[in-house]
Design a binder for this molecule. Structure first.
Ligand code: SF4
Length: 366
């Protein structure tokens, strides 16, 4: 395991207060700090630098201490439906994925952000976990994804209205940095996105949900359940062996009671694994009396799973029948439309493709 890098810091790593303190230490007036950071958060794709009028010596010191950009674009894929997937190369050469998803509303978009490089959770159907866990992202690297997505959205004449932490990694295992980043993203003087516009997802790490509740930020919680029973769930998600379905839902209940935000239950339909009518009924029974919504996800095949299995998405007929069964049992449920089916849309796919191509190129040269 590699630890999170702490130096050199980048501008997205800093709050306005921290940048102000740095300026004072360097002999400058801290009054410039909020303006500098605001400009960074609002820069366009065409002009990503810090275009703000500053005393020449301060501008020079600033660029020397915090060189821009702190992450570079390694790849970009754009799907026919407008979904845009970015592969960002971090300072240490590692890569992470971020995704911009156009909304039905013509001027809005949602962003999907990663919290770790790789993932240790071992969810059997996920491409990210196949390359293992490398390190946590810094708060600045998380903020950097937000800034990049906002720039891409603006280029597409859209506004980035919501962000979800559903990219690479388990946010609850890097919660300190995730929360620091969320505070900056939501800060009216910086990212200016409201708490309600942020969703943090988890495979069901109960202590993490409790810490999120204690933080009291009022962001939305999304829970990746994927099965209503412990046996199927633990088979798909190793974390299901540690925290059973009832424990996880009880933690989500507590979060919901204190945050007053509706929890979303994420459920990826896999043919013959978790898509039976009995499982739909059991899921509805679990959620009866709970004010939670189910988001059904269509699976994007990623080749052989971690344990050598070959999962397939549920057929459209089965997906619709599952959705209808949930609704018939009184559960609020939606089918999330597949995003970017003509690109490497599944989490971790683009990164894996790039790593494979780099390995091919290296062996061709050798
Ligand atoms: S689904 Fe999420 S938590 Fe599970 S292995 Fe993939 S990235 Fe990690």
């Amino acid at each position: 395991m590699t630890s999170t890098p702490t130096t050199p810091r980048s501008l997205p790593d800093l709050s306005a207060e921290e940048l102000g303190e740095w300026m004072e230490r360097e002999g400058f007036n801290a009054v410039h700090a909020p303006r500098v950071l605001r400009k960074l958060y609002d820069a366009s794709e065409e002009a990503p630098g810090l275009h703000v009028r500053l005393p020449a010596r301060l501008a020079e010191r600033l660029h020397a201490a915090f060189p821009l950009p702190s992450a570079s674009l390694a790849r970009r894929q754009v799907a026919a439906d407008g979904t845009c997937k970015l592969l960002l190369r971090l300072r240490d050469g590692r890569t992470v994925e971020s995704v911009l998803m156009p909304d039905f509303h013509p001027t809005r978009a949602a962003g999907c952000i990663s919290s770790q490089v790789g993932c240790a959770m071992g969810c059997d159907f996920c491409a990210t976990t196949q390359t293992g866990f490398e390190r946590n992202l810094t708060a600045g690297e998380i903020v950097e994804q937000f800034i990049q997505l906002r720039r891409v959205a603006r280029s597409a004449r859209r506004t980035l209205r919501t962000v979800v932490f559903m990219g690479m990694g388990e946010p609850m295992l890097n919660l300190r940095n995730v929360l620091t980043a969320v505070r900056r993203i939501a800060d009216p003087a910086l990212g200016a996105l409201g708490w309600r516009q942020v969703t943090i997802s988890t495979v069901g790490i109960v202590p993490g949900i409790e810490r999120l509740r204690e933080a009291g930020l009022g962001v939305h919680l999304a829970l990746s359940l994927h099965a209503p029973d412990d046996e199927t769930r633990a088979d798909l998600l190793p974390m299901g062996r540690r925290f059973d379905v009832q424990d996880v839902l009880a933690a989500a209940d507590r979060y919901q009671a204190s945050s007053r935000r509706i929890t979303t239950i994420q459920y990826c339909l896999l043919a013959g694994v978790n898509d039976s009518m009995a499982q739909a009924r059991d899921l509805s029974r679990l959620l009866a009396g709970r004010h939670m919504h189910v988001n059904l996800l269509r699976y994007s095949p990623t080749g052989l799973s971690l344990r050598g299995r070959s999962y397939a998405p549920s057929s459209l007929e089965r997906t619709e029948a599952f959705l209808a069964a949930l609704r018939a049992h009184g559960t609020v449920a939606h089918l999330r439309r597949a995003r970017g089916p003509d690109i490497d849309a599944a989490c971790g796919q683009l990164r894996r493709r790039e790593a494979g191509e780099n390995a091919d190129a290296a062996s061709a040269i050798a």
